[in-house]
Ligand binder design. Structure first.
Ligand code: MCN
Length: 756
């Protein structure tokens, strides 16, 4: 039995090589000068004093990159209402003419030392002319709101719709009861452990760019860079080992990386930049921030006849490469959730504001849908006086495949089986007694459920490539894969998949994903697809490798290939003890057993039932999760321990958003008010007490592993489950409406207002 992960030893003994650990001979250091205001015209930038500072090598601004670097890319494969195309106002690597959010990069100062670059940055003379700013989406779409970009009327880049509006309208006309709920899915800041950093270099001899950067996948970043630099992807290498976490906010190319590459080429020196935690808060992509109004049309027996959502998403000041995707297809790919709904429709308006750009964050749209829907479903059950589990049971999808109104097709699932297991583990019928017990202790107790579903496995690139190369002595096999490992345990689980086929020891397998010396195309880590998609390609690749070895083994054993069998890492002449191991064969026939393989496996639908119970201390407003049951269907599991870790992390991430995290911009000044850990409260160990994790696997046939993704499932389930529990507890004291986060102050205030 495998204990721990293959990567643990390296990570726990300080041998992980993080982005800022890389150095190149002759490197210089960069420092970004950022806008200190939310919206302004740049009237002039005086560089002289900064350039004269000792050690300064160059100062680059938006005007320097004009005509040399193209805009950061952003595209969407679908149109909006009435055929509306996404309006992409573009994003230069350094602000040109205007700054559009507090933190927007205005200039890059490069010097012989990081300190010299920072000191010189202070000497830059930037003259601004302030413009009015708007930070909330609901304000940005009001008539007369300041325009973030003149090319985007009413600040709306897309008015998107999905499902069938007419059918949904008919369902509402014949409904016996309509239930509505409006919710805010709050804005959060990702905060991986390593702040963003890069080391950029240009090799004049080969004309190649090298970028060491925080990335979730070299190939995607390379393609995005290719669009900005105007050179083919083959001329770009993206290199990374440890990146200190990703959580979605390391998926896209960032402007700073482009500016650093530009400076490296101009100065003929590698340029290193190590961002600060403040820069993470200010200038990393942020996430969620969607207001959703939902409605259910019900018949007299609690059956859902139709549903409608109207959402407004805040996309920030510029379109991040994946921002529009996440807020359209990323949301509706599970429109109507686990429920059999004859008619569903969603409209989502994507608005620009003077805030940091928005993109993926664990769940990438699906937590928004699951939160809006599961809050609504739970609310509806209470409104019609039905047990929330019973209400869900009446509405579950039971026949597969099931096509939802948004066009996506669920291939399999057992939603009722999943919920029944969770209900049993959560001792559902005993809740009234537990509530009484809590009340006797002076606490309010609430229970919340979510029966979530999410789409994992989509992927923008058409194929995932893998390679397997043997060392000369045949002792090690190195796997090359496009998805990057930043905490998910790929080194272990990918090796487990391959060793199942090849029968070689787990420790003989290495994983490489982003290096200077190889070029792999495919999808980044995102959409919880690494195992189901890249793991599946590795599985098939390993099978190809065994086939390839057959002829070589036949030669080595002087037998006919048809007389051989492959078992436990050996080719053997059937019925005899004459055999040769795969590893020996690899040593005897160098490179001949190496293999390259490509394929693509796409979306499948993990789901689960999460039940949270919270206790609130009404005297302080403090909320504690006292019990949490999660029963999940992730299909076949490769490594249950890693899966449990992923679920635990995801659940805590969702709980963090519900209980403490909130990114706040001041509506008047447009400044980020929560720009440090003093103001932005991350979840802590112990926030989720009484955690029980259960499995109810229904293997998918959409990939050869029968696996569904787990990396984001926890957050998709916990966000609504924990909030439903908080709202349930507050409901008993007459609180009618309450939005995240349930910080002690906000909970206490809500209780005071309800009491008065
Ligand atoms: N696994 C398994 N059996 C399954 C499914 C998965 O054993 N049926 C294993 C996989 O082999 C892998 C792990 O569980 O080791 C997660 O797999 P998967 O669901 O394929 O997700 P990814 O590896 O693609 O990870 C991406 C996902 C996303 S999108 C975000 S965001 C996220 C997350 O994972 N960011 C993370 N988990 C994170 N965990 C850490 N520690 N750090 C992050 O930045």
């Amino acid at each position: 039995m495998l204990k721990g992960r293959l990567e643990d030893d390296r990570m726990l003994t300080g041998r992980g090589r993080y982005v800022s650990d890389w150095n190149l001979p002759g490197q210089a250091y960069g420092h970004f000068v950022r806008s200190d205001r939310a919206h302004a015209e740049i009237r002039s930038i005086g560089k002289e004093a900064a350039l004269a500072h000792p050690g300064v090598l160059g100062v680059f601004t938006g005007e320097d990159i004009r005509g040399e670097l193209k805009s950061l890319p952003c595209a969407l494969p679908v149109k909006g209402r009435g055929g509306m195309e996404l309006i992409n106002p573009g994003r230069p690597a350094l602000a040109q003419g205007r700054v559009r959010f507090a933190g927007d990069a205005v200039a890059l100062v490069v010097a012989e030392s990081a300190v010299a670059a920072q000191d010189a940055a202070e000497l830059l003379e930037i003259e601004y002319s302030d413009l009015p700013a708007v930070v909330r989406a609901r304000d940005a779409v009001m008539r007369g709101a300041p325009l973030v970009h003149d090319s985007v009327p009413a600040n709306i880049v897309l008015d998107y719709e999905s499902g069938n509006e007419v059918l949904a309208g008919q369902a509402f006309e014949k409904a016996a009861r309509v239930v509505e709920l409006e919710v805010d899915i709050s804005r959060v800041i990702g905060n991986p452990i390593e702040p963003r950093a890069c080391l950029a270099a240009f090799d004049t001899a080969s004309g190649r760019y090298h970028l060491y950067a925080c990335t979730q996948g070299a190939a995607i970043m390379r393609n995005q860079l290719s669009a900005v630099l105007g050179v083919p992807p083959e001329q770009i290498r993206v290199i990374a080992e440890e990146v200190g976490g990703g959580f979605g906010v390391r998926f896209n190319l960032y402007p700073e990386y482009c500016a650093a590459l530009f400076a490296a080429k101009k100065l003929a020196r590698p340029v290193k930049w190590t961002g600060s935690r403040s820069e993470v808060f200010l200038a990393d992509e942020q996430a969620r921030d969607v207001r959703a109004r939902g409605a259910l049309a019900l018949d007299g027996q609690g059956k859902i006849l139709g549903m409608r959502f109207d959402m407004l998403a805040n996309l920030g000041a510029y379109l991040a490469p994946t921002g529009p995707f996440i807020n359209t297809l990323g949301i509706v790919n599970c429109l109507s959730g686990v429920y059999d709904v004859p008619a569903a429709y969603a409209r989502i308006r994507l608005a620009l504001t003077n805030t940091a750009p928005m993109a993926a964050y664990r769940g990438a749209g699906r937590p928004v849908m699951s939160y809006a829907l599961e809050r609504l479903v739970e609310h509806a059950a209470h409104e019609i006086g039905m047990d929330p589990a019973e209400f869900r049971r009446r509405n579950f999808v039971r026949q597969f495949p099931y096509r939802i109104a948004a066009g996506f097709e669920y291939d399999c699932g057992d939603f009722e089986g999943v919920m029944d297991k969770a209900i049993a583990a959560a001792a559902w019928p005993g809740f009234a007694d537990r509530k009484k017990h809590s009340e006797n202790q002076g606490k309010l107790r609430g229970r919340g459920m979510s029966t979530y579903i999410e789409a994992t496995g989509a992927g923008f690139a058409p194929q995932d490539q893998v390679e397997m190369r043997w060392s000369e002595d045949g002792r090690t096999l190195t796997l090359y894969a496009p998805t990057h490992n930043h905490g998910q345990g790929h080194e272990t689980t990918f090796a487990q998949v391959v060793t199942r086929v090849l029968g070689i020891p787990l420790e003989a397998i290495r994983l490489r994903t982003a290096g200077a010396d190889f070029y792999i195309a495919g999808n980044a880590t995102g959409g919880s697809r690494s195992l189901l998609a890249v793991g599946s390609v590795l599985l098939l690749g390993a099978q190809e490798l065994v086939k390839k070895g057959l002829a070589l083994a036949a030669e080595a054993l002087e037998a006919s290939a048809s007389d051989l069998e492959f078992r436990d890492g050996h080719y053997r002449i059937k019925g005899t003890d004459r055999k040769i191991s795969l590893q020996r064969l690899a040593a005897e026939r160098p490179k001949e057993l190496d293999i390259a393989y490509a394929n693509k496996f796409g979306s499948c639908f993990p789901n689960g039932c999460h039940i949270a119970e919270v206790e609130i201390d009404p005297s302080s407003g403090e909320t504690q999760i006292v019990s949490y049951v999660a029963c999940d269907d992730a299909g076949n599991l490769i490594n249950p321990q890693i899966v449990a870790g992923q679920m635990h992390g995801g659940i805590a991430q969702g709980a963090g958003q519900v209980l403490s995290e909130l990114a706040v911009y001041d509506p008047d000044s447009g400044q980020l008010l929560t720009g440090s850990f003093m103001d932005y409260a991350m979840p802590r160990p112990g926030d989720v007490q009484g955690l029980q994790l259960l499995e109810h696997p229904v293997p998918t046939t959409l990939n050869p592993l029968g696996a569904k993704g787990v990396g984001e499932a926890g957050v998709t389930g916990s966000l609504p489950a924990v909030m439903n529990a908080v709202v349930d507890a507050l409901r008993s004291r007459g609180v009618r409406r309450f939005e995240m986060p349930a910080t002690p102050r906000r909970v206490w205030q809500a209780l005071q207002s309800a009491a008065n």
